[in-house]
Design a protein around this ligand. Sequence first.
Ligand code: ADP
Ligand code: MG
Length: 556
Amino acid sequence: MSEGEISKVLRRIDGRGYKAYKDLAGASELVNGIEVRVTRVQGDPFAPPSVVECRFGKVLPAYFVQDDRLIAVADFLHRRLASLLPKLSLRGVGEGGSGKLSMPHPSPIIIPRSAVEARRKGDVVEFTVRLWAGLPSRRRRILGDDALEMLLERIPKAVSLAVEELSGDNNRLRRHVETWIEQQYIRRTLPKLRLVAFVGDGSILPRKCGGCWEPLDNAVPFESPSSLRVEIELPTGRTIAGMGLPRGLIVIAGPAFHGKTTLAEAIASGVWNHIPGDGRELVVTDESAFYVSSENGRWVSCVDVSSLILSLPGGRSTSCFSTVDASGATSLAASIQEAVEAGAQVIIVDEDEAASNMIHRDHWAEAVTGKRTLNPLSDVAPSMKNEGLSVVIVASGAVPLLAEADSIIVMDEYRARDATNYRFEAKKALKAMGYERGPPYKRPRVRRVVKPLYVEKVKVKGRMIEGKALRDRVDLRPLKQLEEEPQVHTAVRAALAIASKGGVAIAGEAQRLSEMLWKWDYRAITKTPGPDLAYVRPMDIAFVVNRLPGLEASII
Ligand code: ADP
Ligand code: MG
């Protein structure tokens, strides 16, 4: 593309009908060392905005460029730009989204996102910034001068202002990168300490409201019980202390409304690194930890749930279980197996969102029905350890779980207490009852997509997916660990890419796509990324694949 192309096109199409904006697609222009390019053009002033890419190089202090620290640098730049862009929008011009500049606002986690990419090229860091721009018009006539001001003045100005802050003596940037380094280090240290999660002393776990990102004011800061306290010396020079959750079976117990779910949610969110000020900067979890819950009515295709479900009506298969309408118990069993298949080494379950018959065994119920059809977590979770899996389960009173727990944490008045010793009493009680555990846990085998799904017209609306090709809508709210819409959007796009290919192994392909996302590579998903894509894990992608109604899988 030659220089000055955007100005030329705009001069030519000024005053013409809106559709003539299409001529801007692919046009670029160099402004103060920033290459501005229009990559997607909206068809109408009221349609979703156009996408503009800015590319530029910058030399950064070596400290910011080492290892994977550029992810934190890009995240920092993204946050600056997301708040600057609306301020630099053109006000009072035209109709619809005319003149608006924006980017998705990031949640408090630091991950690679398409809004800002940063790559090392020799001594220079090459940045790509993507943003939304509402190309301006009045009565659907192109406002060429306004478009010129947006694209060639305001956008480069926003980028230059944000980039000015990428300097070695910016303490906020330094802290941002430092917190990333610390969390990455803690996560890498977990296996050496044989831990699945670390919850730092002083952490603020609760949020301001359900679904809020901000920490709760005046919360009781977390403090580790002394028996579980571990110290970690960080590469940044300081030593921190907090609760180490050992591998195996971890039961979080305690009275109602005393902070159990809050702790489990913080641990679930600890798979991501959090920004300074979030309160959970020192809550770090094994990155494969996956939160599962019951999902009445979900689609399931050929999942081996035989170690969790002992029998189904009419002798229906449990080793290749399929249904268009799962129950609370069967959906939970399928979700656990799918998560393990996709690489989860830690399963997080909260009694608040799990069918009780899949958590506890009830002898009275068995006596009434005369049947034992489920092998609930109370029975099977202890043997998951033998398969290298850990389970973090919120269950207020479950003797069979307590008896085999590797740690029992009681939340009482928002304070954690180590009640692991209680397991001896639980063991005694079980023995007195003559409790007989069900069969041990069995890992699922991997599956592949049997035949491709036609996915052209599938739409994501908030956390719902719908589309002609799908037999039903899919509710992604249970994909709880995804913090922001771009993650949901990306998980869906990646899942559709997998579903539309017959024969591929779901877990393997999800892994491959997730690795690409970590490196800001969106080619498997789209040719022209907007600013609304973000990193998700293989388990997150597989989660969506497995719930696409109509998708048929088979065991390889
Ligand atoms: P449980 O799962 O034990 O029933 P929750 O985790 O749902 O309890 O917590 C109950 C309430 O207490 C929530 O409104 C939550 O925000 C609040 N809460 C949790 N932890 C703390 C804390 N450390 N300080 C203050 N409030 C808290
Ligand atoms: Mg709860």
